[in-house]
Write a protein of this length. Structure first.
Length: 156
């Protein structure tokens, strides 16, 4: 594989260190700009998310470019919709190295997650994204995702 080509593969236990590192470096992207936050608590929240994902049926997808991992997606495969209880795949977290964004890596990861969900017979795919993450929202909309619910917040 050439340095520019990206291959998405299923993750291995050894990839957990990469996932933890990139997740810690990108988790602040999931915080709305109006929220003041303690970075240590946000890091702890991400660690809790990893603990939850790893304790559930899941698939870890890793995007590799040459010898380097450049992104990941964590797909929960037994997380039904909280309202309808219908089965669905749920992207718990997805991240791409900041220096590699805008090159279609997230699209490849999302496509691989959808393919895995279809393979497992899951009829829906869900995920959450902050309103300000315009690039991610555009990717999801181009991929056919529609807004189902909104979390509304207010600074007091």
């Amino acid at each position: 594989m050439t340095e520019g080509a990206v291959l998405v593969r299923e993750g291995r236990p050894a990839d957990r260190a990469f996932v933890a590192d990139l997740g810690r470096r990108t988790i602040a992207d999931s915080v709305a700009p109006f929220r003041h936050f303690n970075p240590a608590l946000v890091d702890a929240s991400f660690e809790g998310l990893l603990d939850f994902v790893y304790s559930q049926p899941h698939v870890m997808l890793i995007a590799d470019a040459g010898e380097h991992s450049v992104g990941f997606a964590l797909l929960l495969t037994a997380m039904p919709d909280e309202v309808t209880r219908m089965p669905q795949g749920f992207v718990a977290y997805m991240a791409v190295e900041p220096s590699r964004r805008g090159r279609g890596i997230a699209k490849q990861l999302l496509g691989a997650a959808e393919e895995e969900a279809r393979r497992q017979g899951l009829p829906y795919m869900g995920l959450m994204v902050t309103e300000e993450n315009v690039a991610a929202r555009a990717l999801y909309e181009r991929s056919g995702y529609v807004t189902e619910r909104r979390l509304l917040c207010k600074l007091l």
